[in-house]
Design a protein around this ligand. Structure first.
Ligand SMILES: [Zn+2]
Length: 183
């Protein structure tokens, strides 16, 4: 676990028990992704996932789904963020695919991007201020090469990441000096 700030913690692959990826099929892109894209997991019961062990299990289930059902080499996203439901005071960040690897997240628009998913259905779920802050902390940390922030729907016909994340993109981008992605 890494303390990005005293309250915003990132849990690493070993913390949540990630499976070994299919290294032969992972493609390197280096460390200079210029475009970050936000996603939601489209889970209708995200508020039931609030303790650390449940969040670790959620990470394993996302990875299993991406590898076993989608047929991808690893979990598709570079990072996953979970909101602070229940008695959990702060949003948590979980490490996904290696940041120097091409993600599997925005079909036909993956190379050179950073893919971040928030667990929930943000057509209806409210993006909490603390979750927004966690996204800002995360993007700021990896901001050296980043230039733009967008939503999945900017590059693919999908409602992802949901209107409640989409409407927060200008605020988040402004907080970390990124431009809002324009197609
Ligand atoms: Zn998406």
């Amino acid at each position: 676990m890494i303390e990005l700030t005293p309250n915003i913690h990132m849990f690493l692959r070993d913390d949540w028990g990630a499976r070994r990826p299919d290294f032969n099929r992972l493609e390197k892109q280096g460390w200079d992704a210029h475009e970050a894209f936000l996603h939601h997991s489209d889970d209708s019961n995200a508020e039931a996932i609030n303790h650390l062990e449940e969040q670790f299990a959620k990470m394993r289930s996302i990875q299993d789904f991406h590898m076993d059902v989608r047929g991808w080499a690893d979990i598709g996203y570079h990072f996953v963020v979970m909101q602070p439901y229940g008695d959990i005071p702060y949003a948590r960040i979980f490490q996904g695919r290696g940041r120097n690897l091409v993600p599997a997240a925005q079909q036909d628009h993956n190379t050179g991007t950073l893919a971040v998913c928030v667990v929930g259905d943000f057509r209806t779920d409210h993006l909490m201020d603390n979750t927004r802050y966690a996204l800002e902390v995360l993007l700021d940390r990896y901001n050296d090469a980043l230039r733009t922030l967008g939503g999945h729907g900017d590059v693919f016909p999908t409602e992802c990441p949901g209107s409640n994340i989409r409407s927060a993109i200008p605020t988040i981008a402004g907080a970390v000096n990124l431009a809002v992605y324009k197609r």
